[in-house]
Unconditional design. Structure first.
Length: 414
């Protein structure tokens, strides 16, 4: 019985809200996308074992190598450079010391070709904090080597569908520390607050969908929206003080601005098809959202200063799931083309979208907190699960193998 109910709610909240139509009906204005991937050569980084007590040093060496590997742009080598031999690339070396119940971790990044130290850091803290010391260092090291900050110090929330219902789970970007936060018959749209301390989510646990807030520090749950009809698709404002939520309490599904106590502050759309939230520009000026007001789902921008709305996507008849880069210069979204979902990157000012995925079908893209990576759910060359992309499409990799994953988000660690 639960499976039937779950399926009905899934159709209601996802397909209906997005104005989905059958693939066979998507003929007009479809395009054949040929993805021309940029040429890319990974940067060689040598990471010999860290010095120090075997168990601690071995564990942190593994964390260091895995962090670098997850960034997609490095070729991680375990051997140290040969003495007296000039070589290209980088070297990360370090030492781990045990101080009673604490660790002292010293790490250094060196440019092998120029023979100079680019970064040197020393961390002291509890033993359990060792991996986080590595994450902090790697994010700085990525910036020193590649010119943009890393994403090791971040977290992933995701929903797994099980025979007994949905489970909201949380883990660190290195895939460690996975734990269950919340269970309900149906869970959708987990969304991190800008500071990474809370999750907004849609829960179908009392006979209808509700928008809840989950405090990740205390575990406390509070209700934001439980109006008659649909309560769906929460989107945080960049200041973390408000949510835009899709509600149908006044008729058709429209966008409303709410405070965190559930008070309606503004209605953003007025009965123009089905409207569902998406993603804010970093400055809070615009909200990218999906509407079928033109006859099929397309991406629109709502201007919070003027109250005006303009259509952004025109290529293809089915474009959904906009995710705004924290850098502000690109929107990533999924478009259905010839029966498969393709990820696109687009200038919010307009123009032609650039395809960044190929060799599979990928949905629900989320841009990383640093603005240079994208996670998307789908089926690719390595199977089904979450795939990690560079935002320009140069590299992709299966990040988390999962056939039961239905929704997710990527946020900062507080």
């Amino acid at each position: 019985m639960l499976a039937l109910t779950a399926r009905a709610v899934k159709i209601l909240l996802l397909l209906l809200l997005l104005g989905a139509v059958g693939v066979s009906g998507l003929r007009a204005r479809e395009i054949t996308v040929v993805v021309d991937q940029p040429i890319f050569s990974p940067l060689p980084v040598r990471v010999p074992p860290l010095k120090g007590p075997s168990s601690e040093a071995l564990n942190l060496t593994r964390v260091l190598r895995q962090d670098l590997d997850l960034h997609l742009i490095f070729k991680v080598l375990k051997e140290p450079p040969l003495p007296g031999v000039s070589s290209q690339g980088y070297l990360i070396a370090g030492q781990v010391e045990v101080l009673s119940s604490d660790l002292r971790v010293t790490l250094e990044l060196r440019d092998l070709l120029e023979g100079r130290v680019l970064l040197r850091r020393r961390f002291v803290g509890p033993r359990a904090a060792g991996p986080f010391m590595i994450h902090r260092f790697v994010d700085e090291a990525v910036k020193a080597m590649a010119g943009f900050p890393g994403v090791s110090y971040s977290q992933i929330a995701f929903v797994r569908r099980t025979p007994k219902g949905d489970e909201l789970r949380l883990m660190y970007f290195d895939r460690r520390g996975e734990r269950v936060l919340y269970r309900a018959p149906i869970i959708l749209s987990p969304r991190f607050s800008p500071d990474g301390r809370r999750l907004a989510l849609v829960s179908y646990d009392k006979g209808r969908p509700r928008v809840l807030l989950l405090d990740l520090t205390t575990g406390r749950l509070s209700v934001v929206a439980a109006f008659p009809g649909l309560n769906a698709s929460p989107v945080w404002t960049p200041d973390g003080k408000h949510l835009v939520v899709t509600l149908s309490k006044d008729g058709s599904p429209d966008l409303y601005l709410l405070d965190l106590k559930g008070r309606v502050l503004r209605r953003l759309t007025q009965d123009e098809g089905i409207n569902t939230g998406g993603s804010f520009s970093p400055d809070g000026h615009y909200l990218a959202f999906v509407s079928d007001r033109s006859g099929s789902p397309q991406i629109y921008l709502y201007d919070f200063f003027t109250g005006g709305t303009r259509r952004l996507t025109f290529s293809g008849r089915y474009n959904v799931s906009p995710s705004w880069s924290p850098r502000g210069e690109r929107l990533v979204f999924a478009g259905l083309r010839q029966g498969k979902f393709i990820l696109f990157s687009m200038d919010p000012e307009g123009g032609e979208p650039l395809a960044i995925s190929g060799g599979g079908s990928y949905e629900d893209p989320v841009v990383a907190p640093d603005g240079y990576y994208v996670l998307a759910r789908g089926k690719g060359p390595q199977g089904r699960g979450l795939y990690l992309f560079l935002i320009n499409g140069a590299v992709k990799k299966l990040y988390l193998r999962a056939s039961d994953l239905v929704d997710f988000d990527w946020g900062r660690l507080p």
